[in-house]
Design a protein around this ligand. Structure first.
Ligand SMILES: [Zn+2]
Length: 201
C-alpha cells in the first residue's frame, strides 16, 4: 500500500514538473493569423508616459510574423499599419482560411499600478492547448498570471483554434520599462512563436 501511494505521488510530482502532460495539442496547421490588437482611432491602453498599446502590439506582431515565417508557417496579418480594423473582420480572416489558427497580441492595463505579468486567453476548449502552450513560454519572461477563459469577440467568433495574449502591463512602471525595450519585445515574440509551434501535432 505504501508503495502504491509512493508511486502515485511520484506520478503526480512528475506531471506537475513536466507541466505539459495534460495540456495536449491542437493538431496540424499551416497558417497563423497574427492579430495586432487595436489600431487607428482604437488606441488601446495608454501608458503613463503617453505611449500607446496599438503601437506595441503592431511592433510585436511584426516580430512574431518574421519568427513564424522562419519556422515555415504561412502568416496573415490582420493589420500591417496604424489603421482601424473592426473586430468581426479580424475573426473572419482565420474563419476563411483552411488549416489556420488565430493569435491576438495585446498589452494590459490596470488601475492598480502593482498589477504585472502575462496571461493568455481562449474561449473554445479546442483552443486551450494553444493558449496554454503560449502561456507556458511567455511565463518564463514575466509573472505567470495563467491561462484563462474569456468571451472576447475575436475568440468567441473564431471557428479556428484562437488565443489572445496579454504580454504585460503598460500601467506598471517597471513592466513598461521592459516593454519599451525592443529586445524584450523580441523575446516576447520568440516565446509566443515557440508556444505556437509546440501546440501543433
Ligand atoms: Zn488590448
Amino acid at each position: 500500500m505504501l508503495f502504491v501511494t509512493r508511486l502515485f505521488q511520484c506520478v503526480l510530482v512528475a506531471a506537475v514538473l513536466t507541466g505539459c502532460s495534460s495540456i495536449g495539442h491542437i493538431g496540424r496547421f499551416s497558417t497563423v493569423v497574427v492579430d495586432a490588437g487595436h489600431g487607428g482611432v482604437d488606441r488601446g491602453a495608454r501608458a503613463y508616459d503617453g505611449s500607446l498599446e496599438k503601437n506595441y502590439t503592431l511592433d510585436t506582431a511584426k516580430r512574431l510574423e518574421k519568427k513564424l515565417r522562419a519556422r515555415g508557417y504561412h502568416v496573415i496579418m490582420t493589420r500591417k499599419g496604424d489603421y482601424f480594423v473592426p473586430l468581426p473582420t479580424r475573426a473572419s480572416v482565420s474563419n476563411k482560411q483552411w488549416g489556420a489558427i488565430f493569435v491576438s497580441i495585446h498589452y494590459n492595463d490596470s488601475s492598480r499600478r502593482a498589477a504585472r505579468g502575462v496571461e493568455t486567453y481562449y474561449y473554445s476548449s479546442r483552443s486551450y492547448p494553444l493558449a496554454a502552450r503560449i502561456q507556458q513560454e511567455i511565463a518564463r519572461l514575466s509573472v505567470n498570471r495563467g491561462t484563462k477563459r474569456a468571451r472576447f469577440h475575436v475568440l468567441r467568433n473564431n471557428t479556428k483554434p484562437a488565443a489572445l495574449v496579454e504580454l504585460g502591463f503598460l500601467s506598471n512602471p517597471q513592466e513598461l520599462k521592459r516593454i519599451k525595450s525592443s529586445r524584450y519585445r523580441d523575446n516576447l515574440a520568440e516565446a509566443v512563436a515557440r508556444g505556437i509551434s509546440r501546440s501543433a501535432r
